[in-house]
Design a protein around this ligand. Sequence first.
Ligand SMILES: C[S@@+](CC[C@H](N)C(=O)[O-])C[C@H]1O[C@@H](n2cnc3c(N)ncnc32)[C@H](O)[C@@H]1O
Length: 286
Amino acid sequence: MTTDALTAGIFDGLTVEDIALLDFSRLVGLVNEPNMPSGGGATIRRIIDLCRLRSGCTILEVGSNTGYTSIEFASWVDGRVIGLDINPVSVAFAEEKAARFGIDNVEFHVGDGLALPYERGRFDLVYCSNVTSFIVDHQGARDEYYRVLAPNGVLVAVPIYYHTVPPDGLRRAVGEAIGVDLIVTTQAYWTELFADPSAALLHRETYEYVRQSPRRIAEYVESVFSQPHLGNIDPVLREAAKARLTYFYELFDENLAYTRYDILIFRRNHPNPESVLHTSRQVIGE
Ligand SMILES: C[S@@+](CC[C@H](N)C(=O)[O-])C[C@H]1O[C@@H](n2cnc3c(N)ncnc32)[C@H](O)[C@@H]1O
């Protein structure tokens, strides 16, 4: 199906008031925003470098949204990728995008991270970035990720957490935007949540976000709405959707100033678990 066919009438039946109340996931699905992981494609390429996946490997992304990350994995890795998301509109966009770029080693499924429709031990790599915080039962989701992870598999999590406690109003507004009662999570919270007796934490990298100007946010919103398939929608609804997306980006930009994110890599049954006595660090600048 083409993007035009997917989006034909997609705003039909919605009023300006409805659009002003859409949550972020639903709006992203409607407008087909790329929805990248924290750090963009560089994060995915870094994970591929760190994990050194073998030919024929199987990868699952939970919360694949409109397909950016799963397609990025599939475009670099000699293996098979499945992206799963609870939102069928996003899944349809992801399928259309993969077909348009001729990426044939990825498929997309509609499903719930709390009840993954896959057998135990199926995937060599399970990836979750900013999805677990969208699911109320964090522990239940994490248990599902490990259930479908192969005996020597790698769980990669890229959680966003608060480095500095945010104003309460901001935290609540972000929670409303993503449709959950957002709790203030810390780096330790996610590292402990994703830890498992069967797996060793092989690697952790920590990043902070750079604030974006209102002008840069406006340019980005323009680029989303310059997609050809959004050219034909009713101008009044279009402006309402642009205003809603701008609101989310400005809100998230403010919120991200209080946050950091990690790339966490856990390997199950690592044959050489590391407990280095004489630790070392790289000498830089000599
Ligand atoms: C911010 S996006 C993930 C972005 C992206 N895949 C990445 O690499 O960061 C969060 C996605 O989680 C999905 N989601 C929310 N609850 C879910 C659930 N219970 N199971 C699967 N996906 C879910 C939403 O539909 C949305 O597409």
